[in-house]
Design a protein around this ligand. Structure first.
Ligand code: SF4
Length: 239
């Protein structure tokens, strides 16, 4: 096992036992007890959900938070709900996922060259974490960014995903333009590090139900983001 794989496994162990946010602990456990009728036969995960993917990832995807009956049920990011289906299908199409669906923790999905994370690890009521909860959880994204040293392209899902990622990038010494680049689907820019490092950031609407069911985000739009990510990673690196 590589050092990065060991460090991520250690981090995941810490994350799944986290109880720092009382409101979210109550909510995630309440949802796991009450369940949704169609998932009555499931034993819900009901705990924080760690990041998922390849320790040597060059592509990082930053989402918002687990869905109450999605990742909070299955225990794996973007697994068991519509957002996960959209995301994994687009990733699979461009070689970042081993299969086009993400249904449960043991379905064999792997993410070659990619890692999925989120700004918050516990399902929040109405998908809206409080600022204090996002702040509490920042320690885990911060640690992932320390471990995932090979990342060259970042897909930020939604406004919050982009904003939080840029805060972390600045902490890590990347030069983030001021004013910060505004969020918009398909917006892309490069962050430079004084040491010569570069990160290519692509913004995408989050594949949430509000976006996919209203047509704000279509499959071609999401595919275009991952096609761009694939092209950037496949392009010869400049010295
Ligand atoms: Fe811990 Fe993050 Fe869950 Fe808060 S949201 S309890 S910091 S894992």
């Amino acid at each position: 096992m590589s050092t990065a794989a060991r460090e991520l496994a250690r981090l995941a162990e810490t994350v799944v036992h986290c109880r720092l946010c009382p409101r979210l602990v109550r909510y995630r456990e309440q949802v796991a007890r009450d369940k949704k009728r169609e998932f009555a036969h499931w034993t819900y995960w009901g705990r924080p959900v760690p990041g998922l993917g390849d320790p040597e990832a060059e592509l990082l995807i930053v989402g918002l938070a687990p869905a109450a009956h999605g990742a909070n049920r299955t225990g794996r990011m973007f697994t068991g709900d519509g957002s996960g289906q959209w995301l994994i299908r687009a990733m699979h199409r461009h070689g970042f996922a081993s299969q086009p669906s993400s249904l449960h923790r043991d379905d064999g999905l792997t993410l070659p060259g990619a890692f999925i994370t989120a700004t918050v690890r516990c399902a929040p009521p109405d998908n809206k974490p409080l600022p204090s909860e996002t702040e509490n959880c920042a320690r885990y994204l911060r640690r992932e960014l320390e471990i995932l040293t090979r990342v060259r392209v970042v897909v930020a899902l939604g406004h919050i995903g982009l904003t939080r990622f840029l805060l972390h990038a600045r902490e890590r010494g990347f030069e983030v333009p001021r004013p910060r680049p505004a969020f918009g689907h398909g917006v892309s820019f490069v962050l430079r590090h004084p040491s010569g490092g570069r990160l290519h950031v692509l913004a995408s609407y989050h594949p949430s139900r509000q976006n996919t069911q209203t047509g704000r985000l279509t499959e071609p739009m999401l595919n275009a983001v991952f096609r761009r990510a694939r092209r950037l990673l496949d392009a010869p690196t400049r010295g």
